[in-house]
Design a protein around this ligand. Structure first.
Ligand code: HEM
Length: 454
């Protein structure tokens, strides 16, 4: 391969190392935040909850967005069996991404804010993030020689890259006085952009999931299947309209909320179905040959069920007034971003670094132990948040005569479970991350290697 191909692999490897470090760091901050739930005032002067929360949220959200983009590039390069358009563009995007991330996290540590929820850094930093994304988008478009007869994952990646740029810019519209002049308009635009942004990173991740399923089964069945294109068009529709469920409490047009209610969950239903069909089609040998990515895909399938089980009632306006702004929402968000997004990203990361290889029974045993700890603790973590949130929601709507402090004291046992389960979740996921990092730091597993198939 030409030297530029090797350079591209090196930069993609740096991207992977950085996003894995962000996940590790983000979970550590989340763990401190969980500790502050049960020990209010812990590290109050050095790292208060107001700083820990954005440190956690920005790190893990960057893990998802830039992790999804990196995996899409790794798979695109593999799919094209050719070099990407420009390694220099990729290198500059990486350097700018790294510097901006460091400045953002550093500014939080020093208590410098200025943005809106989820993007609480100084809005000036939106400029380098936008530049990084535009450079990635150019590299993606230029790497594709043709749009003809492309499988669904190419369209999904392309849509994800384009819509993220659009929705990210939209989430910064509040900087223009016209959009700030009316609070309902401003909040509607803000939540609309967040909902659609999740849809765009899901596009990147679902694209890689379908690519991986085809790769594991050694066919092109799913990439060109009707069901996969069904997910694509539904995902696109959802991306444009499902954000309505974020604004149930705002006085906007009922039609927006009704569309959101109908379309919100359909895309997840199709995804669960395609993974189920794919799983049925695999032989045992193939499953063992791709054991780790296969298991992470299965975990995501399982978490789609749980997310749907919570999201469907949450989308009913009469129930939404009890869950809105409580820990149920936090549970829903973390259930989806950890159970679905992170599990799928880990499947791509391990697939990229391990390539296809038979895994020894000892390794399977060790992996399974960690895998069940991660999923079991995530379940307890998620349940504790959902129950605590619902109790708080009932208090907000029906029992405001009970003092806030008494209601919060009643939630203590759930927060205790949240902390213990969160610690186990942190440890188990961190072990996976360290395994991936040690493989990436030893050599460059992204560089082409002799490929074995079953
Ligand atoms: C892959 C791992 C993780 C991801 C992707 C993730 C994602 C998120 C997201 C998106 C939020 C914002 C939720 C919202 O505003 O609705 C959040 C909040 C939070 N997370 Fe995580 N999280 C992860 C792991 C953890 C772990 C391991 C812990 C604790 C041990 C934790 C503790 C927290 C806490 C305390 C909050 C703040 C909740 C609040 O505002 O009251 N997270 N997380």
């Amino acid at each position: 391969m030409a030297p530029s191909g090797i350079k591209q692999d090196t930069i993609l490897r740096h991207f992977l190392i950085t996003v894995l470090c962000l996940l590790l760091l983000g979970m550590f901050f989340g763990w401190i935040g969980a500790l502050q739930y049960i020990a209010p005032g812990f590290l109050k002067n050095q790292l208060s909850f107001e700083r820990v929360r954005p440190l956690h949220v920005s790190s893990v959200v960057f893990w998802i967005i830039f992790g999804a983009a990196t995996c899409a590039f790794i798979y695109l390069k593999e799919y094209l069996s050719a070099n990407l358009f420009s390694w220099k563009l990729l290198k500059w995007a990486y350097i700018l991404f790294l510097l901006t991330t460091l400045i953002i996290l550093g500014s939080y540590v020093f208590g410098i804010f200025g943005g809106r929820e989820y993007w609480e850094f100084n809005p000036a930093l939106a400029v380098p993030i936008t530049i990084v994304w535009i450079v990635l988008l150019i590299n993606f478009l230029k790497s594709l020689k043709s749009f003809k007869k492309q499988p669904v994952y190419i369209w999904m990646w392309l849509t994800g890259f384009c819509f993220f740029l659009f929705t990210y810019l939209e989430s910064n519209l509040w900087l223009i006085p016209y959009f700030r002049s009316n609070v309902v308009h401003e909040l509607t635009i803000q939540w609309k952009s967040y909902g659609a942004m999740v849809g765009s990173w899901n596009m990147l991740i679902y694209g890689s999931s379908i690519y991986l399923m085809d790769k594991i089964s050694g066919s092109t069945e799913y990439g060109f299947s009707k069901i996969a294109f069904g997910i694509y068009f539904l995902g696109l529709f959802n991306l444009m309209f499902n954000w309505g469920h974020h604004i149930y409490t705002l006085p906007t047009h009922a039609v927006i909320k009704n569309i959101a209610y109908v379309v919100s969950m359909t895309e997840l239903l199709l995804l669960v179905r395609i993974i189920f069909l794919w799983k049925k089609s695999l032989s045992t040998a193939i499953k063992y040959f791709h054991y780790v990515p296969y298991k992470f895909l299965m975990a995501a399938d399982f978490w789609i069920f749980f997310t749907l089980a919570l999201a469907i009632p949450m989308s009913i306006p009469a129930i939404n007034i009890y869950t809105h702004g409580t820990h149920v929402t936090v549970g829903h968000t973390m259930g989806a971003t950890i159970g679905i997004n992170t599990m799928l990203l880990l499947a791509f990361v391990f697939d990229s670094i391990e390539k296809s290889q038979k895994i020894s029974p000892e390794k399977i045993k060790k992996f399974n132990r960690l895998y069940w700890v991660a999923n079991g603790s995530l379940l307890c973590f998620w349940l504790s948040l959902v129950i605590a949130g619902f109790i708080k929601g009932v208090w907000q709507v029906q029992h405001q005569s009970v003092p806030f402090s008494s209601m919060m004291a009643g939630l203590k046992p759930y927060f205790m479970v949240f902390f213990i389960a969160g610690s186990l979740l942190f440890l188990s996921l961190a072990t996976f991350v360290l395994m991936a990092l040690s493989a990436l730091l030893k050599k460059n597993p992204l560089a082409p290697q002799p490929h074995t198939t079953v």
